[in-house]
Structure formats: structure tokens, C-alpha cells
Ligand binder design. Structure first.
Ligand code: NAD
Ligand code: UGA
Length: 440
């Protein structure tokens, strides 16, 4: 099939590359000329394991190409994915300006019946707005071209995006007409493996499913974070509690890891947007508002522990920081808990020596203009001259450090671990203080 993808960010590139990988012809569009020039030259603007190889392979095979030409993209695909950003508006609701601009761009140039697919995370009712925007644009052109609007939310996780797309747990398709349903079924047939993965439903339910999934996952994390804080006060170990409850299949082990808060481009904004939708309908989701407040507090938790240990005035102190990205295997810094910690430490007069295996450049861009932060070339060199170590992202290379070396390099041998990476007894045996989340 011929597929256009509007928006070449995380979701657009992964969708485009994976659809090309199974034999489709794919054209990816973006409004950012620098991004498209990089992609045309064989580069990839984001760090996502496996993506660069997949893009190269499919571009070389002539199945995947990139453009800034809206008309070319609109005329190319019989299916057109909209995968542009939906950032939070000032009131927390999803800002749909990019989605609607993409829809108008398609309608301005299509020449044959087209299925338009909302891949971006969008509030319930957006498919109707996309349909209206396209209909109005077609009417301005005086064109009578049939089109359908489908909701096909994406569930990939950054860092595991290729695997999530190629071997999905489920593919949700919200659709109102049989032709579009059949086209989507054919498109996703190569991803079905041995089981039916396609869950076909009405458009509004599909739109809500995406927010429900992210809000449920965020709720689990916030619940565990609050329980971890309570465990600290009670002298219990949240990691034992996690194992104890996760073994119940009704609860399960996934997304029960307490830490220094969830970040990323999705949970924070999707929780906000769902809360906003509920408020608009006079049916406030009290649980979700609590999830958001709990996460805001949890992101400050490591700074609170450092202040409790060293005092409110941190002037002249330096803290080593391992991990900047909002999670491992990505260079994405959006809403990263590291930013909250860095700002809190800098505001109290401290300096920060940060190390991240891949997010250094992106972090330097995001943190530009903040004096008092330096980026180290290795996890060891970040420690030199530091008072103590804080860990915010659980990269694999942080899993078994040389604790003796760590102790020798730090002025105060203390670790503030926001991801519970170590066995508390082993750290203490090595002569280090260990301040973790929810552990005695
Ligand atoms: P992103 O910011 O990485 O990429 C969006 C891209 O769209 C940018 O490159 C931007 O230049 C481009 N763009 C904006 N307007 C355009 C237009 N009119 N025409 C063409 N290109 C345009 O965003 P993302 O992380 O890929 O997220 C996209 C959507 O997918 C969001 O709604 C997000 O919530 C959702 N989502 C993201 C993830 C994820 O892990 N990042 C997972 C599932 C769903
Ligand atoms: C999340 C969802 O997991 C995806 O299914 C969804 O498609 C995506 O949002 C989206 O809509 O964009 P992602 O943001 O890439 O994916 O990353 P996650 O692995 O979900 O982690 C999000 C945050 O939660 C990270 O900061 C992570 O450290 C934190 N987290 C995760 C925890 O604190 N504890 C956990 O047990 C799991």
C-alpha cells in the first residue's frame, strides 16, 4: 500500500519505518526542513534503538522517503497518518492546532478518496473536528472527494518503540465505515503474528482508550510512589511490597516501580488532558487529579531528601547526577524528573555535574543558559569533587558500580537513588549512605 505519514517525530518515524519494513511504500512529511534534510541524508534526529538501521534499510530499498512538500505527501498515500504533536495548551487540554493544520494540508491537495488516520493522541471528538476541517477545506477548493477519518492511537514506549510496533499487544482501530475498516485490517495484517491483535471499535471509544491506558499506567506509578513514601515512614521496604502484590495476576508486575516520578512527553500531558476533558463535562476524575499532584510532589522527592541531609542552603556544594533522560534508552528530556532536581539544586546554590550515556546533547540544549551545570564524559568523572551522587535514570551501565571507587571520589559518601537500583545492604557494607525510594 502507499502510505503518507504527516509528522516525522518519534511516532511518525517509527510508524513510517515499520510500515515500510513490511513492504509498504511510505512517504514521511515534516514541516521542519532541518529534520527532513537530516533524514534524506541518512541521519536520524532521535535516539531510538533499531530505528536508524530500519530507516536506512528501507530508504535504500526505495520504500521509505522524506519530504517537506505537503502536496506531494497528500497526493501520495491512499492512507494518510497524522502523527504530529498534541502538546498541552495553557489550560492543560490538548492543543490540536498541529493536527488540524495537518488535516487541512491533506484536504488542500488530495486528488482521490483517502483514509485519514489520527495516530496522534487526541481527545474524544477530535476525529469529528478533523472531518469538519477537511470538509471545509475541500469545499473551499470546490472539490468533491470522499474521505474517512479513523482513530488508531499508538501505544509504543520510547526505547522499545520498534519492538512495540512490530510485535504489538493490540492494535486499536476506531472506525465508522467498512471500507476504511478493511483497509486498516489489510495494513496491519503483517503485525498480527499468531493471534488477532486488531481491536476494532467506534471512533470515540478508540480515542478514549488511549487516554485510559496512559492514565491507568500513571495511576499505578503514582500509587506506588505514595506507598513508597509511606513505607519509608513505617520502616517497610517498598521493593518487597512490590513483589508481594505484583505476584497477584490481577495486579501484575508491570509499571509498579516506584521512583522519582514519571516524566516523558506523554503521561504528564495525557493525564492533564484527560482531567481537563472530564472537568469540561462536569464529571471530574478525582483519581486522576490526585495522580498528577502526587507525581508533581514525587519529582521533588530526591531534592527534598538531599535538603534533609545537607540543609536548605547548598551554596558551594556540588552534586553528581547520573541520568538525565526521562527514562533509559532514549535521549528524550521532555518532563524529565532530572530537570526538577537540577532546578531545585541550582536554586539553592549548588552546582551539578551530570552524566547520561545518550541524552547529553539534548540535555545541554534544554538546559542552555542555566549556569552551574557541567556535563561529564563518564559516570566516574561526574563524581570527582562532588559532595554526593543522585541517580535519576536507571541506565544499565549504572547497575553495578565500583562502590569503593565511588566512596573514594565523593566528599560525603552518599547516594540518593531515585530508581532503587541497588541492594541497600551492599551499598551500606561498602561504607556509603543509601537514600532510596521507599526503602529502610
Ligand atoms: P514529536 O514532537 O516527536 O513529533 C511531531 C512532529 O510533527 C515534529 O517533527 C513536527 O515538526 C511535526 N509537525 C508538526 N506539525 C506538522 C504539520 N502540519 N505537518 C507535518 N509535520 C508537522 O511528537 P511525538 O512524540 O512523535 O508525538 C506525536 C503524537 O503521538 C502525540 O500526540 C503523542 O502524544 C503521541 N504519542 C507519542 C508517543 C511517544 O512515545 N513519543 C507514543 C504514543 C503516542
Ligand atoms: C508511555 C506508555 O508506556 C506507552 O504505552 C505510550 O504509548 C506512551 O507513553 C505515549 O503515549 O506516548 P513512554 O512515555 O515512552 O511510554 O515511557 P514509559 O516506559 O511508559 O515511562 C514513562 C515514565 O514512567 C518514565 O519516566 C518512567 O521512568 C516512569 N515509570 C515507568 C515509573 O516511574 N515506574 C514504572 O514502573 C514505569
Amino acid at each position: 500500500m502507499k502510505v503518507s505519514v504527516i509528522g516525522s517525530g518519534y511516532v511518525g518515524l517509527v510508524t513510517g519505518a515499520c510500515l515500510a519494513e513490511v513492504g509498504n511504500q511510505v512517504l514521511c512529511l515534516d514541516v521542519d526542513p532541518a529534520k527532513i534534510a537530516l533524514l534524506q541524508g541518512g541521519g536520524v534526529p532521535i535516539y531510538e534503538p533499531g530505528l536508524e538501521d530500519m530507516i536506512r534499510r528501507n530508504a535504500a530499498a526505495g520504500r521509505l522517503s522524506f519530504t517537506t512538500d505537503v502536496a506531494a505527501a497528500a497526493r501520495f498515500g491512499e492512507i494518510q497518518f497524522i502523527a504530529v504533536g498534541t502538546p498541552p495548551d495553557e489550560d492543560g487540554s490538548a492543543d490540536l492546532q498541529y493536527v488540524l493544520a495537518a488535516a487541512r494540508g491533506i484536504a488542500r491537495h488530495i486528488e482521490r478518496p483517502t483514509v485519514v488516520v489520527d495516530k496522534s493522541t487526541v481527545p474524544v471528538g477530535t476525529a469529528d473536528r478533523v472531518r469538519d476541517a477537511m470538509a471545509a477545506t475541500l469545499a473551499e477548493r470546490g472539490a468533491d472527494i470522499a474521505f474517512s477519518v479513523v482513530s488508531n492511537p499508538e501505544f509504543l514506549k520510547e526505547g522499545a518503540a520498534i519492538d512495540d510496533f512490530m510485535r504489538p499487544d493490540r492494535i486499536v482501530v476506531g472506525v465508522d465505515d467498512a471500507h476504511a475498516a478493511e483497509l486498516m485490517r489489510r495494513l496491519y495484517l503483517p503485525f498480527q503474528r499468531n493471534h488477532e491483535r486488531l481491536i476494532v471499535m467506534d471512533v470515540r471509544s478508540a480515542e478514549l482508550t488511549k487516554y485510559a491506558a496512559n492514565a491507568m499506567l500513571a495511576t499505578r506509578i503514582s500509587f506506588m510512589n505514595e506507598l513508597a513514601n509511606l513505607a519509608e515512614a513505617l520502616g517497610a521496604d517498598i521493593e518487597k511490597v512490590r513483589q508481594g502484590i505484583g505476584s497477584d495476576p490481577r495486579i501484575g508486575y508491570h509499571f509498579l516501580y516506584p521512583g522519582c516520578g514519571y516524566g516523558g512527553s506523554c503521561f504528564p500531558k495525557d493525564v492533564k488532558a484527560l482531567a481537563r476533558t472530564a472537568d469540561e463535562h462536569g464529571l471530574p476524575l478525582r483519581v486522576i487529579s490526585a495522580v498528577e499532584a502526587a507525581n508533581d510532589a514525587q519529582k521533588r522527592r530526591l531534592a527534598d531528601k538531599i535538603i534533609a541531609r545537607f540543609g536548605a542552603d547548598l551554596t558551594g556544594r556540588c552534586f553528581a547526577l547520573w541520568g538525565l533522560a526521562f527514562k533509559p534508552n532514549t535521549d528524550d528530556m521532555r518532563e524529565a524528573p532530572s530537570l526538577t532536581l537540577i532546578d531545585a539544586l541550582l536554586a539553592r546554590g549548588a552546582t551539578v555535574a551530570a552524566y547520561d550515556p545518550v541524552a547529553r546533547d539534548e540535555a545541554a540544549r534544554v538546559l542552555a543558559g542555566r549556569p552551574g551545570i557541567r556535563f561529564a564524559d563518564s559516570m566516574q568523572s561526574a563524581l570527582d569533587g562532588a559532595d554526593a551522587l543522585a541517580i535519576v535514570t536507571e541506565w544499565k551501565e549504572f547497575r553495578s558500580p565500583d562502590f569503593a571507587d565511588l566512596k573514594a571520589r565523593l566528599r560525603t559518601p552518599a547516594i540518593f537513588d531515585g530508581r532503587n537500583m541497588y541492594d541497600p545492604a551492599s551499598v551500606r557494607e561498602a561504607g556509603l549512605e543509601y537514600h532510596a525510594i521507599g526503602r529502610p
